[in-house]
Ligand binder design. Sequence first.
Ligand SMILES: CC(C)(COP(=O)(O)OP(=O)(O)OC[C@H]1O[C@@H](n2cnc3c(N)ncnc32)[C@H](O)[C@@H]1OP(=O)(O)O)[C@@H](O)C(=O)NCCC(=O)NCCS
Length: 183
Amino acid sequence: MEKREMVIETDEFTLRPWKDEDAERLAIIANNKKVSNCLRDGFPYPYSIDDAKGFIYLARQSEVNFVGFAIDIDGVLVGSVGTYPKDDVHRKNMEIGYFLAEEYWGRGIMTNVVKCMIQYIFENFGIVRIYAEPFASNTASRRVLEKAGFRQEGVLKNSIIKDGVVQDSCIYAILREEITCQA
Ligand SMILES: CC(C)(COP(=O)(O)OP(=O)(O)OC[C@H]1O[C@@H](n2cnc3c(N)ncnc32)[C@H](O)[C@@H]1OP(=O)(O)O)[C@@H](O)C(=O)NCCC(=O)NCCS
């Protein structure tokens, strides 16, 4: 998949490629237990400057199947959104993941970011389904997905273990045919 140096600008935020200079700020906003608690163990806590550099390095590699953006508000890095293409029989799917710096929560920002990503992915890739798998306890993320137009497809009972606790996760999806693309 071709890597694009795409920038998406709205009145509220800019979605832009990751830069090496983002590492210091990323290490600050990602180093938050309330954030890592909601994410897979690949997103560590504590989150070091080396973790940040490693993520940015991978995000910038053209051979890595990751369509990811830094979320920028007025020149300040405030979060991350990325989609991960699947392979084999799932190759027409992408999984979306995101996080926002805690001080920006509750303003509707991520709902609008996810809406932008839906449009960008369906317009630029031959993908027919975008899905997310929030932990069942992650009310904020589930609400973001609902507000962005995703449907809950199911609950995966006891599907994850986080910090030693077995929990449920949910699958939310949106299909190409469910949205109107301005191609
Ligand atoms: C999930 C996250 C991205 C949400 O970002 P955000 O910009 O604050 O989201 P929005 O403001 O667009 O929407 C949040 C919604 O959840 C609701 N919400 C938040 N916390 C809630 C809670 N504990 N219980 C019920 N609703 C809650 C908000 O009220 C809002 O809904 P509303 O507009 O109907 O009132 C942010 O909290 C975050 O980064 N969390 C940690 C990482 C994470 O969970 N990533 C997703 C993994 S699947």
